[in-house]
Design a protein around this ligand. Structure first.
Ligand SMILES: Nc1nc(O)c(N)c(N[C@@H]2O[C@H](COP(=O)(O)O)[C@@H](O)[C@H]2O)n1
Length: 148
């Protein structure tokens, strides 16, 4: 069985990085995982802070796509671990979300993002689905913690 998610307002939208579940990382509070992920793209502290303070995750993503400020040079190598850190923290911070994730059992989790072939499955399902993979990793970690 597979569970596809994308829009925050639809079933399992809590798994989207746009869902309003904040995380504290590196001593700062980020309103969503998306805010953190986009801010981490930049060494420029001012731009990273502007992203952290963005009014919503869509705006955070837009600011993260600006190339007026250069991306950190190791971003391609770092981005999966940055995402893993933020998603892990999201589920550690919000126990009801951890229960929701555990409740998906062994279902394959798929970010059904039609235009994202890296984090999501893309338009025809052939994308790499890295967000789904990370969610399944975090689910396995939560399960082994629960089993002691
Ligand atoms: N546009 C959009 N809307 C949503 O509701 C989404 N969940 C996403 N996907 C997320 O976009 C992020 C990656 O963005 P980059 O292009 O790599 O900066 C990542 O958080 C996806 O999960 N997109």
């Amino acid at each position: 069985m597979a569970i596809a998610f994308y829009s925050v307002a639809e079933p399992f939208g809590e798994f989207s990085n746009f869902a309003p579940y904040g995380v504290e990382l590196d001593g700062r509070w980020y309103p969503t995982v998306e805010h953190y992920f986009q801010a981490m793209k930049f060494r420029d502290a001012g731009h990273a802070e502007a992203i952290r303070r963005a009014a919503n995750p869509k705006l955070a993503k837009q600011l993260g796509h600006s190339r007026r400020i250069p991306l950190r040079d190791d971003w391609e190598a770092a981005k999966v671990e940055v995402m893993r850190t933020a998603v892990r923290k999201k589920f550690a911070t919000h126990p009801a979300l951890a229960a929701l994730l555990l409740g998906t059992g062994d279902a394959e989790l798929i970010e059904a993002a039609p235009s994202d072939y890296f984090w999501g499955c893309g338009q025809h399902g052939g994308g790499q689905n890295w967000l789904g993979r990370i969610l399944m990793e975090v689910r396995a970690e939560l399960r082994s913690q629960a089993e002691g």
